[in-house]
Design a protein around this ligand. Sequence first.
Ligand code: 6GU
Length: 260
Amino acid sequence: MSVNQTRNWRASVLTLFPEMFPGPLGLSLAGRAMAGGVWSLDAVQIRDFATDKHRSVDDTPFGGGAGMVLRADIVDLAYVSVADERPRVFLTPRGRPFTQADARRFVAGPGVVLLCGRYEGVDQRAIEARDWEEISIGDYVLSGGELAALVFLDACVRLLPGVMGAAESAEEESFSGELLEYPHYTRPAEWQGRGVPGVLLSGDHGAVAAWRQLQAEKITRERRPDLWARYVARPRSKEARAEQTVFANQASVATRATAP
Ligand code: 6GU
């Protein structure tokens, strides 16, 4: 008897631009998983919940200033139309930074309801009334939360069981968030006068693993001092520390052996 491991992880997106969904999430890995019923996405037009004849969803900010603010009453009516036990996420540059740990947390649940801001923002009372979790995808400003929602969902969906191959999923668990990835190479072994690090052609799996570990550490130290500081301070058993020393030694030998 076969066991159906797939889950129906459900995302609802509240937006003024439902045509932006599923967009790229309808293609590739995410699109195939969606077609296979692993996850589903519904985009809800906030404007459908406007109550006046002009279908207005926004108004000028109290206290003055530029731009318009999405009305709390309209946003909340849109939410109520999809509300269930799923967590609520408001995508805003004012939010806490989105991390891989957040993606893991959300895929462990039944799905998510995403609220995309536009204009200058959303009336804060709508956010507080339902305790929306405010999340940002980085330190830059997008013209709306829609692209952030697509990024958020891509990061979540690829972690759902059956979306990626088993090999990649295992890799994900052990690696993500600790170090940046080592560089990759494939055929041809020489291209425009450029070779490939010799260790990768050696067939010595231990040496390859050691070289990759060293490369990951080097690039992380150079590019991401924040991740590097956390990596060197990570808690490790005495055994793991001893193993790490041997590993690093092997890696430096492997690198010296292949340097031009
Ligand atoms: Cl979630 N929204 C917008 N508008 N801009 C952003 C963002 C979100 N995250 C980073 N920049």
